[in-house]
Unconditional design. Structure first.
Length: 364
């Protein structure tokens, strides 16, 4: 049965990827119409969103709303690639777990084994703690060199995060003794992936995750090195007008948020999280296990995933982008909302969409 479901999913995704079906002319069901009502504020000549609903591996809804590029008028579609922001962290965690499967990394490796230039305060920090945000690492955005990145051209990269942290001989708390969400930690994990694999982080993701899963246009974007296919540009509403705010001084840091992908890419990623095609059962169990409580009530953290009740999810926020990807593995349901605007935060919206498709749920 499982093989049959996966075969149906693959065939359906292939059929959905043809240009003629990228956006249906009108909603095809009562549920689709209800989603369209929920997405009303994204429709029209505004920064938009792409929405995906998967059940049992089948895309029940894959649709774009509004525009991916206000300047050219390009529409948001299922093929539009958005900056995932912190949804990228689950891919960074997966890269680390792949290298653990390869025998090249260990969860209890000291981070300084791979990045020896870190200061003495980091001596006790392990990869396990960095994955779960229990390392206590200083937030690099709080200690960026003043003025260095103010010209709008220069951007921090993962190696620059390391350089900044080299001067911070302190942590927020003793490693393993607290929780604090850490973009710094995931930037360092990208560098560790590079050291352990001998490949650039973006190349490793392409070769070991994106291409094997058929996510052929997903990319850890590096300006001047790679391009983003069918790219959504980010916008912020300022004084009643939308202004392009696509990049910030930290947008080039890859490990914590630099991946661009489409909802169709996320469908392929979602399918791989149910079987051994990428991560072993042991690795998936590690990624999805609640390793620590967070600073949000009833939310725990795994490796690149937030855990709330029966859901695995992560949001992503960057200048001009607000995203969320929510999975109900026991129900085989997943919802993704990717948007190219600074507001609103779409987590509650994704939950409302899910209510329409959960088995037995009424249509609102």
């Amino acid at each position: 049965m499982r093989t049959l479901i996966l075969s149906i999913a693959a065939a359906t995704l292939a059929a959905c990827s043809t240009p003629s079906s990228r956006n249906a002319a009108a909603p095809s069901s009562g549920r689709d119409a209800a989603v369209a009502a929920l997405m009303h504020d994204y429709a029209g000549r505004l920064p938009g969103a792409s929405v995906l609903v998967l059940h049992e591996g089948r895309p029940l809804l894959r649709r774009g709303y509004g525009l991916a590029d206000l300047e050219t008028g390009a529409a948001a579609t299922p093929d539009t690639h958005y900056r995932l922001a912190s949804i990228s962290k689950q891919f960074t965690a997966a890269a680390v777990l792949l290298l653990i499967q390869d025998g090249k990394l260990g969860l209890d490796d000291p981070v300084k084994r791979w990045l020896p230039s870190l200061p003495p305060a980091c001596d006790a920090i392990t990869i396990r703690q960095v994955l779960s945000h229990t390392s206590g690492l200083i937030d690099y955005e709080d200690v960026m060199p003043p003025g260095r990145y103010d010209d709008g051209e220069r951007q921090m990269r993962d190696a620059d995060v390391l350089q900044v942290l080299e001067s911070q001989d302190r942590t927020y708390f003793a490693p393993g003794q607290g929780y604090r969400y850490s973009n710094s930690g995931y930037a360092l994990l990208a560098l560790i992936v590079e050291k352990a694999s001998g490949q650039g982080y973006a190349v490793f993701l392409r070769d070991r995750i994106f291409l094997p899963l058929g996510m052929r246009e997903a990319v850890a974007y590096e300006r001047g090195v790679s391009e983003v296919a069918q790219r959504a540009y980010g916008y912020s509403l300022e004084q009643g007008r939308w202004r392009r705010t696509d990049q910030s001084p930290t947008s080039a840091v890859l490990g914590d948020g630099g991946i661009y992908a489409s909802i169709d890419d996320l469908a392929k990623w979602d399918a791989a999280l149910y079987d051994d095609r990428l991560l072993s059962a042991a690795s998936r169990q590690l990624a999805f296990a609640p390793h620590t409580p967070t600073d949000q009530a009833e939310v725990e953290y795994g490796y690149g995933w937030r855990i709330t009740g029966e859901t695995l999810w992560h949001s992503g926020e960057s200048i001009g982008f607000r995203n969320v990807f929510v999975r109900w593995p026991q129900r085989r349901l997943s919802v993704a909302v990717l948007s190219n605007r600074n507001d609103p935060e779409p987590y509650r919206l994704a939950l409302k969409i899910a209510e329409l498709y959960l088995p037995g749920a009424p249509i609102h």
